[in-house]
Design a protein around this ligand. Structure first.
Ligand SMILES: Nc1ncnc2c1ncn2[C@@H]1O[C@H](COP(=O)(O)OP(=O)(O)OP(=O)(O)O)[C@@H](O)[C@H]1O
Length: 249
């Protein structure tokens, strides 16, 4: 089967510094995949490449078999890949409902002409309600997004991603800065929304990684050191040495 996302010998240099040094990775449809690695390993750079915010120096990125490397972020997004930035997609003065409805209308192709066909807005209303239910924010529908708690804003962000019908979700540290209770709620949410989707996430919290991921890739100095099941990654001596800072036995 065609992988949902496929990176082939991907490279990125800034000046003379090669930060991503030949990453090859295949993520099957429906997999929950975590990218871990020490600070400065190149995880964010890798996400910028996949989402189109950086242009690769070399290599290929395929989404559902189609080459997307070098495309603009909005075109990649339209092809079904959504990257959740930490809260920056939210309109803080609009209500939770309006935020999700905007994304829903956009995804349904109403764009700027949606007022022409009021009847069809019923579709958008239903879809908005479904998404708010999925992200557990239906009872907060009328609240301006800017006054939601941090964890609720992250949930809303994920809602905006799924409203756009993304098949592949990229989440960048989805639980950063959260309490244990908030983390547990967001993990449950991510598990739910990724049931019918492919998930690629950067996460520092190993509890979250081992709880959610089907497979983990360990990025060290811009190279994938291991890409395997959580159990095998944990047991891998090279990973322990390079990433966890333990002496290899
Ligand atoms: N636009 C840029 N120009 C020059 N160097 C950059 C640029 N973006 C990132 N780098 C460098 O690339 C390296 C990898 O950075 P990156 O942010 O991708 O790492 P990371 O694994 O996401 O780290 P962290 O876990 O701390 O977020 C760093 O040394 C960083 O200084």
């Amino acid at each position: 089967m065609t992988p949902a996302l496929e990176l082939t010998d991907l490279r990125k240099s800034f000046g003379a510094m090669e930060i991503i040094r030949g990453v090859t990775l295949s993520v099957p449809a429906g997999e929950r995949h975590a990218v871990i690695g020490p600070n400065g390993a190149g995880k964010s750079t890798l996400f910028h490449l996949i989402s189109g915010h950086y242009r690769p120096s070399a290599g290929t990125i395929r989404l559902g078999g189609e080459t997307i490397s070098g495309m603009a972020p909005h075109l990649i997004n339209r092809r079904g890949l959504s990257r959740s930035f930490q809260i920056t997609n939210i309109f803080p003065r609009l209500s939770v409902w309006e935020n999700v409805r905007c994304a829903t209308l956009w995804a349904m192709g109403y764009r700027y002409s949606f007022w022409r066909n009021i009847e069809r807005l019923a579709d958008a209303r239903q879809r908005t309600e479904e998404i708010l239910t999925e992200i557990n924010l239906l009872d907060r529908w009328h609240v301006p997004a800017g006054v939601l708690s941090y964890a609720e804003q992250r949930a809303l962000e994920i809602g905006l991603s799924i409203a756009g019908n993304a098949e592949v979700l990229l989440l960048d540290e989805p639980t950063a800065g959260m309490s244990r209770a908030e983390t547990e709620r967001v993990v449950a949410l991510i598990r739910r929304v990724s049931e019918k989707r492919t998930l690629l996430m950067i996460e520092h919290d190993m509890g979250v990684v081992f709880d959610l991921a089907d497979r983990i890739s360990v990025l060290v100095y811009g190279e994938i050191l291991a890409s395997d099941t959580p159990e095998r990654v944990k047991a891998n001596p090279a990973v322990q040495q390079a990433y966890l800072g333990l002496e290899a036995s």
